[in-house]
Design a protein around this ligand. Structure first.
Ligand SMILES: [Zn+2]
Length: 448
């Protein structure tokens, strides 16, 4: 009994540390009111910001937004409301990243962790990465591919207030053909047999089964590897790996179960096959052409371009050979060296042609917590700062089918970030987020 008590106490400490200066009972989930005084408020990215505004929060949701700095008195409250002074800050909705891998951090030798460490290790690694992600201003992220139950467990632990992190939507294992991008490569057969990729399927009916089983595991979204991938340890290229019939079956099954379905796809044939199958979005899409872009528009699908990892890995041959992946296996390095600036040029073309773009970073390739750099990349390829901010808030919420986040409106969840600089004037201000609230709970503020 004594021992149990001790454990419970330790858990409480974690929660208190996680919520920074606020006690867990201080706001969020209770009827207590929090009043945020904003210097500049960009409530709905895409619409003009207002100078000097007040956001009123009750039970984790936005109750009202007022011009000027309202107080408990002027709002007719009983005087117990907590006031957060962000009157010298730029205040906006929490950021959304539709493509992360919290259970992974790619480094030389990281793959061997899957052989050496128990599954529970990955849940703890993911919690560590989730904390970094939240601190950088991302209050909702979509985890697009992980082994076992680690990401599901983390999603639930964050929702239960046990550990700090962004709200998670989890795909579980990616749906992949045998030997495909998300299968387990580079080890002898006995090792592969001991660590099977649970999303593996072959043929339309088998792929329906795989989608259904992933939903049964708790998947919020279905991730599919339609083509080969750059970092899989196989010389299989980045071409189409599922057939059109398999992709059709996957999309139909995912939608029948009320899930968004998104495809990792590099080469054009695979991107276009997934679009024709009715996928909601395409990740990466690096070899998309003008014709592919027209199909995106015709199908009303979203592009999630994951640009920042390209800068991180090196967008020229020289940078790549001196970068963090220079010691990758030869068949991986060959695929990497082919990339160069292509993903950036592709994103520029998509933006120019009016394809709908939502923010995703593929963090886990690049370091967790570097996520805000994706906004900077979008401005570098020609978006206005407002368009970039919209891609990582309002548009990401729409692309992900995530309700009540992405903009600060009455009834929406109180996911709020603030920063000293104005990102509409200099997008790099997003790198300086120093206040993060999720569900009305303050996790980080300028004083801590
Ligand atoms: Zn990925």
């Amino acid at each position: 009994m004594q021992r149990l008590k001790h454990v419970a106490l330790a858990l409480c400490l974690v929660v208190t540390t996680g919520v920074g200066t606020t006690s867990a009972a201080g706001n969020g989930g209770t009827d207590a009111v929090t009043i945020v005084h904003a210097g500049t408020l960009l409530a709905v990215p895409g619409e003009a910001p207002v100078e000097v505004a007040t956001v009123v929060i009750r039970a984790g949701r936005i109750e009202a937004i007022h011009e000027g700095h309202a107080t408990a008195d002027t709002l007719g409250l009983d005087g117990t409301a907590r006031v957060i002074d962000l009157s010298d800050r730029f205040v906006m909705p929490g950021f959304i990243d539709l493509h992360v891998h919290l259970t992974a951090q790619a480094t030389a030798g990281a793959r061997d962790l899957y052989v050496r460490k128990p599954d529970e290790y990955f849940a703890l690694l993911a919690a560590h990465n989730a904390e970094k992600t939240l601190r950088s201003g991302f209050t909702t992220v979509r985890d697009l591919g992980s082994r076992g139950y680690a990401a599901f467990a983390l999603r639930d632990a964050i929702a239960d207030g046990l550990v700090p992190g962004p709200r998670l939507l989890v795909a579980g294992s990616a749906i992949t053909p045998s030997g495909g991008h998300a299968d387990f490569h580079g080890y002898r057969e006995e090792v592969r047999d001991a660590l099977p990729a649970t999303g593996t399927c072959n043929g339309p009916d088998d792929c329906r089964r795989a989608v259904r089983e992933m939903v049964r595991r708790g998947a919020d979204v279905i991730k599919v590897t339609a083509t080969g991938g750059v970092l899989s340890d196989t010389a299989a290229g980045t071409g189409m790996q599922f057939t059109q019939a398999e992709l059709d079956a996957i999309a139909e099954t995912a939608h029948a179960l009320g899930r968004k379905v998104t495809a990792h796809a590099h080469e054009r044939a695979g991107i276009e096959a997934a679009l024709r199958a009715g996928f909601d979005s395409i990740e990466h899409a690096m070899w998309a052409t003008e014709e592919t872009m027209r199909l995106f528009i015709e199908k009303d699908a979203w592009l999630i371009p994951t640009v920042y990892p390209i800068t991180y890995v090196g967008d020229t041959r020289e940078a790549m050979l001196e970068g963090p992946f220079a010691d990758a296996p030869p068949q991986v390095l060959e695929k990497l060296l082919e990339l160069g600036r292509q993903p950036k040029d592709m994103t520029e073309l998509a933006h120019r042609m009016g394809v709908r773009i939502a923010l995703g970073t593929d963090s886990g390739v690049s370091p967790h917590g570097d996520n805000p750099w994706e906004f900077v990349e979008y401005v570098n390829i020609g978006m206005t700062p407002m368009q970039a901010l919209k891609a990582g808030t309002v548009d990401a919420a729409r692309a992900g089918g995530i309700e009540a986040v992405g903009s600060l409106e009455v009834g929406h969840l109180a996911d709020i970030v603030a920063m000293p600089g104005n990102p509409l004037e200099d997008i790099e201000a997003v790198l300086g987020v120093d206040f993060v609230m999720r569900d009305g709970i303050v996790f980080y503020s300028p004083e801590n």
